[in-house]
Design a protein around this ligand. Structure first.
Ligand SMILES: Cc1ncc(COP(=O)(O)O)c(C=O)c1O
Length: 400
């Protein structure tokens, strides 16, 4: 058990985050408040580019830019040559998924909490390639059914594609146990870790996934428009490439070329260097704190928030399952989620609306339409939780 964040550290972390001065931010599952160091890194780099030129600045910061890959690989216990920096989780996921050489009747197994973008990908593959996919529902308590999952595997199963932490619920799925099943049956394993990176400790070796798609702006506290894709070394050659340029592919002769020998083959040359550095700074920040430590604080705050919300008349908390995370979802009797969000925003409290479409299978099954999503991060406080609940009580009293 790692030591927990002290009160003094939390105050320090808040002092290092401008946004906490005026805003109570419970929309970390949307996009976290970044540390000042991340914002300053991006802005300073842009100024330097404007002053000295883009290529020249890149040359000056070549080691720091390169170090972003090392930092990411440390964060998820991967190798540096298994990391591609991309703009967001969707790009990473689609690059990996559509890289797979599917044949008609190949099967994919997924979970009921799979994210909309990924489900669209699965449906698209079904329509265009004749691939089939099976959705394994959670049990009546909201827990992932490992046995049913393994039983669904057949000779045609080509891929396991699941979302670690869903966008509209506080439950998590057992990614390590799923990885063991994937290895046992020798099936490719694609994990959407968009909501989990920086939130819970992630170790791709322990999980045993082959591909992992991540975004920067959520629990990692990196700038918007950042993300990365992990592809296990042995799998890289098996995936088709969509884009190739002189950076991702090398000329062998005038009539032949060869993709790079690392995951950067999935990137393209031109990208926002300032954001890459900002992403690196956010990863460094997370590593310095230790995700094991911050995860304990997130669990404590989310548990407290669920408890306090249950004490508010008219509020129903909707997080199911034994393994819960920092995303807390609820609804308010007689008031739609957007109205609750707007009322809280008037008091500088940010929550978001978890849209049914984001995890349609899960939401339909549980008869949920849009819900309120209050996602806590380690820099939130008990006091902020108390204020949220007080404001909610007042809001319900107003019968909005
Ligand atoms: C679980 C999950 N997967 C994927 C995504 C897509 O991430 P991005 O917007 O970075 O592409 C989201 C976005 O909210 C998400 O919650």
């Amino acid at each position: 058990m790692k030591d927990i964040l002290t009160e003094q550290e939390i105050q320090q972390l808040r002092a290092e985050t401008r946004g906490t001065e005026k805003t109570i931010h419970f929309n970390n599952a949307g996009s976290s408040l970044p540390p000042n160091a991340v914002v300053d890194t991006v802005i300073d780099y842009l100024y330097e580019e404007a002053q000295n030129g883009g290529y020249e600045t890149e040359y000056t910061y070549r080691e720091e830019l390169e170090n972003t890959y090392s930092l990411i690989s440390r964060l998820i216990n991967a190798r540096k040559d298994e990391i591609a920096i991309v703009e967001n989780a969707s790009t990473g996921w689609w690059l990996a998924f559509n890289g797979i050489d599917f044949k008609p009747d190949d099967e994919i197994i997924t979970c009921e909490m799979e994210y909309v973008t990924n489900l669209i990908g699965l449906l698209h593959a079904q329509k265009t390639l004749g691939v089939k996919f099976k959705v394994i529902p959670n049990d009546e308590h909201g827990n992932f059914q490992l046995k049913a999952f393994e039983e669904a595997i057949g000779p045609k199963t080509k891929l396991i594609a699941v979302t670690h932490i869903p966008s509209t619920a506080g439950g998590m799925i057992p990614v390590v146990e799923i990885g063991k099943i994937a290895r046992k049956h020798n099936i490719l394993y694609l994990l959407d870790a968009c909501q989990s990176v920086g939130h819970v400790p992630l170790d791709v070796e322990e999980i045993g996934c082959d591909m992992l798609a991540v975004t920067g702006r959520k629990y990692l506290r990196a700038p918007r428009g950042t993300g990365f894709l992990y592809v296990r070394k042995e799998v890289q050659d098996k995936l088709k490439l969509f884009f190739m340029d002189g950076f991702t592919t090398q000329w062998v002769t005038e009539t032949d070329f060869k993709p790079r020998d690392d995951a950067r083959r999935f990137e393209v040359y031109e990208k926002n260097r300032a954001l890459t550095l900002g992403l690196g700074k956010a990863v460094e920040y997370a590593l310095n704190l230790g995700v094991e430590r911050t995860w304990q604080r997130v669990q404590h705050l989310a548990g407290l928030l669920r408890e306090k919300l249950k004490e508010v008349n008219g509020v129903t908390v909707h997080d199911f399952g034994n393994q819960l995370c920092g995303i807390v979802t609820f609804s308010v009797d007689g008031t739609d989620a957007a109205t609750v969000k707007n009322k809280l925003a008037e008091r500088h409290i940010n929550v978001s609306v978890g849209k049914a479409v984001s995890t349609l299978i899960y939401m339909n099954k549980n008869h949920l339409s849009n819900i309120v999503r209050a996602s806590v991060h380690y820099y939130n406080t008990e006091e902020e939780i108390a204020i949220l609940c007080e404001v909610l009580k007042g809001t319900i009293g107003e019968a909005v």
